[in-house]
Design a binder for this molecule. Sequence first.
Ligand code: ADP
Ligand code: MG
Length: 339
Amino acid sequence: MTDPLLSVRGLTRHYAVRSGILKRKTGAVRAVDGVSFDLQRGETLAVVGESGCGKSTLAETVIGLDEPTTGEVIFDGDSLADGVDKAFRRRVQMVFQDPFSTLNERMTVGRIVAEPLVIHDEREGDRAAYVRDLLETVGLDPERHYDAFPHELSGGQRQRVGIARALALDPDLLVLDEPVSALDVSVRAGILELLRELQAERGLTYLLISHDVSVVRQLADRVAVMYLGEFVELGDLGTVLDDPAHPYTEALLSSVPRVRAEPEPDERIHLPGSPPDPADPPEGCRFHPRCHLRERLDDEAADRCVAADPELVERESGGEPRSAAADGRTVACHFRPDE
Ligand code: ADP
Ligand code: MG
C-alpha cells in the first residue's frame, strides 16, 4: 500500500465552555475526542453519525479551518502543525451542504467559480473559457448559467456550482460535508452520480461527512461510525453496513429503511433518548447508557462498560483485541464481535 494521502492521528478539538459574568472557563465541549484514520488516494471514507457527534468539527479541523486541541493532521507527508501553505489550500477543497450560505448572492456563477483562480493567481489568460468548461463538467450549461445569479438556480444546480468551484484549482482531496442533505431526494441521485464520475475521471479522494446512511451506501468505500466525538467502528462499507459489530452501528442502521428488505419489527433497535452532552460524556464507553447489548449482560460484565472506554482496535470474538488482521474492521466495544 502506498502512503496515505491523509493521516489523522489522535485528533481532539475541545471548545471551552464559559459561564458567569467573568466568563471563566468552566468546562469543555469535547466535539472531537481522539480520532485516528488514514485516507488512501482515490478512496472515499464516509464519516456517519447523529447530528452533533462532531462530524463537521472533524471536517473543519482536517482542512485547516480549525486547529486541533491535540493530535495531528498529516497531508501527503506534511503536518498541518507546521502551518497550512498555499499548496495545501489548493489541493484540499470543501463542498458544503449549502454552497451559498457563505458566498455573495450578488456574484454571478462565472465569478463564483473563478474566484479561487483569482485568489491563487491562476489561469489569468483563459479563465473564462476554463470556467465554462468546468460548468459543463458538472452538468451545467455555460450559455445559460455563466452569467446567472445563484437565486436563479435550483438547489441541485447550486450544488453543481459549489462542486465546480471546489474543482477549480484541480484539488486532490474533497471534503464533502452533507453534500446532498439540503436537496430533494429526487435531485440527490444526480449529484451523487456526478461525484462518482468526477472521482473516477480525476482520481479524487473524498472524505464524505453525512448523517444519512443511504447516502453513505451510494458513495463510500469505507465507513467510520462516529459517536460523541469518537469513532466506534471503522471498516469496509459492506463489512460495517451489512454486518455491523458495534451496538451503536446496529442501532443507527435499524432506524434506516433497508434498500432490499424492511427489517422485521422485532429486529428494529430503537435508540433510547438523545445523545448525551459532549461537555459531560458518560464514563467508560460513551454509548453505554443507550446500549441494547449492555442490557443483556450480567452485572459483572456490564460494569466493564462503565469502568473503561474501549479502544478502537481489531477484535476477535468476545471483543478481545486480536493480533492478526482479519477483515480489517476496528470496533470500540468490550463485547463485540460476539462469541
Ligand atoms: P455534527 O457536524 O456531527 O452535527 P458538530 O461538529 O457541528 O457536529 O458539533 C459537535 C459538537 O460541538 C456539538 O455539541 C456542537 O454544539 C459543538 N460545537 C461545534 N462548534 C462549536 C463552537 N464553535 N463552539 C462551541 N461548541 C461547538
Ligand atoms: Mg455537521
